[in-house]
Write a protein that binds this ligand. Structure first.
Ligand code: ADP
Ligand code: MG
Length: 477
């Protein structure tokens, strides 16, 4: 096992598309799909003489991200031109933040297999996306729909040591970005992309090895595979007495290998310089502070509060906070119901099931927290039975009608009065005299058959607890 002598070192660069409706420097739309070049303007086409105008919404989202990831948000950042020639970039340069990014430092905390981990961030900067090439048999076509789309590049320090941790880091980062509404978290559509920098060194070494940057990692599974395959490749080179070349490599999931794409450019190759068309981005301390105050409670903090303050199992807390809308609705229902665990049970069970089945977004549920609390109260007060409550809930979910009305309309009110219960019990006993004898002869288990018979007579609406009590009494006599 050659790997045992080696330590893998990983640093990740994430490109997250900001959830703005228009591009970073023009009014062209940012929606995914659409006919090629439908979402373009003279600015993203790079026509001569046009000027960029900064999208303030994108800036707002970048500041919010900085707060969520505990960065220092810079009062002054700068736009630079990064030059390269490729048809997906008509201007011949990408506008990006280089020397002075909008966020510096920060960290991402996540739960790895062996406890809590914290990975430091180097920086977060804003930049525009490039277009894409569509390769057909006779020609390559250019689609500039994505050109100019606002991106955040979130760069981690080389703090990660395993592929599994890298995946956990990315999941935690994605959860936060989606939670605060800056990104849709979609790896397949490329709105959350990751490049992985991987190097290896012998255990105990204090200097990092030469790294390779891996591209084309569009699922968590591929990220893990690519890192492990690349680390193995590098170890094999070193063990054979060779030297790892710094380069950009493409992961090929079909072949299960990484292969060289290009040797790594140095920064000076890009001829960076401050963009003369864009003034430095200046943020007042008040603007930065306002955004900090508006930051919602984040998923990890919320999970902890659910366990510590609401007394929920960690499992429940995890499920409930996997989606912000779900968690927000849960909070409002708990506030109305005055207790957490029963609400959690309904959310993780019936509500999740119905949301899935009907492909409904949690944000679009029809019932109000007051109605939901009314249903819980009806269960507690014995107005409706357990199975009956499921039916009521399904109708509540479908229509948003008041639970009391549904119970009435569907005739789901539980029979709690002794009168009708005793009547049904008397009938059931008269119909099965042998079973009565058997019970009295010591076969008390047979009570189950009686409960079933009584329930059937009551159309399933009898109060099971009360039926049991009354039956025990009558059967004994
Ligand atoms: P570039 O802009 O050329 O990609 P950066 O200095 O921005 O270079 O670093 C990119 C990423 O590489 C960062 O996430 C950093 O943590 C990571 N990195 C740097 N050195 C190493 C190394 N020796 N092994 C693994 N990752 C590294
Ligand atoms: Mg880079």
């Amino acid at each position: 096992m050659p790997r045992a002598d080696f330590q893998v070192v990983i640093g990740l660069e994430v490109h997250a598309q900001l959830l703005t409706t228009s591009k970073l420097f023009s009014g062209a739309g940012t929606s995914f799909g659409g006919a090629p070049n439908a979402h373009t303007s003279i600015v993203c086409l790079g026509l001569p003489g046009v000027l960029p105008v900064l999208n303030q919404r994108a800036v707002e989202l970048a500041i919010r991200t900085g707060h969520a990831l505990e960065c220092t948000v810079a009062e002054r950042s700068e736009w630079s031109r990064k030059h390269y020639f490729y048809p997906d970039l008509p201007k011949g340069y990408q506008i990006t933040q280089y020397e002075f990014p909008i966020c510096v430092g920060g960290r991402v905390v996540f739960d790895g297999p062996d406890g809590e981990k914290s990975v430091r961030l180097t920086r977060i900067h804003m930049e525009e996306d490039a277009g894409k090439l569509v390769h057909e048999s006779a020609a390559s076509l250019v689609d500039l729909n994505r050109a100019g789309t606002p991106l955040l590049e979130i760069v981690s320090e080389p703090d990660l040591r395993t592929a599994d941790d890298a995946v956990e880091y990315l999941k935690a980062l994605r959860d936060i970005l989606v939670w605060i509404g800056v990104n849709d978290g979609n790896l397949e559509e490329g709105s959350f992309r990751c490049d992985a920098n991987v190097s290896v060194m012998r255990h105990g070494s204090t200097t990092f090895g030469t790294r390779c940057e891996l591209k084309n990692l569009n699922s968590f599974r591929f990220i893990k595979q690519a890192i492990e395959i690349e680390a193995t490749r590098q170890v094999e080179i070193i063990e054979a007495g060779g030297k790892v070349e710094q380069e950009t490599r493409l992961f090929d999931p079909q072949r299960g290998e990484t292969r060289s794409m290009r040797s790594k450019e140095d920064a000076h190759d890009y001829r960076y310089f401050p963009d003369p068309d864009l003034p430095p981005l200046l943020l007042t301390p008040e603007r930065i502070e306002r955004s900090r105050k508006e930051l919602p409670e984040l998923p990890r903090a919320r999970r902890k509060r659910y366990v510590d303050a609401l007394g929920l199992p960690a499992y429940d807390a995890g499920v409930l906070t996997s989606d912000r809308a779900m968690s927000d609705l849960f909070e409002r229902c708990v506030a109305e119901a005055g207790e957490a665990k029963p609400v959690s049970n309904w959310f993780m069970g019936e509500l999740s099931r119905l949301l899935n089945e009907t492909k409904t977004n949690t944000a679009d549920v029809k019932f109000s927290p007051v109605q939901f609390a009314a249903l819980l109260k009806a269960i507690k007060d014995g107005v409706v039975s357990g199975p009956g409550a499921k039916e009521v809930f399904a109708e509540l979910f479908a229509t948003g009608k008041d639970p009391s009305l549904i119970i009435q309309e569907k005739g789901l009110a539980q029979v709690n009065d002794d009168g009708p219960l005793l009547e049904a019990i008397a009938q059931a006993m008269a119909e099965a005299p042998k079973n009565v004898e058997s019970y009295r002869g010591g076969n008390t288990k047979i009570i189950g058959a009686f409960v079933g018979a009584v329930m059937k007579k009551l159309g399933g609406k009898g109060n099971p607890k009360r039926i049991n009590e009354l039956l025990t009494e009558k059967l004994k006599a």
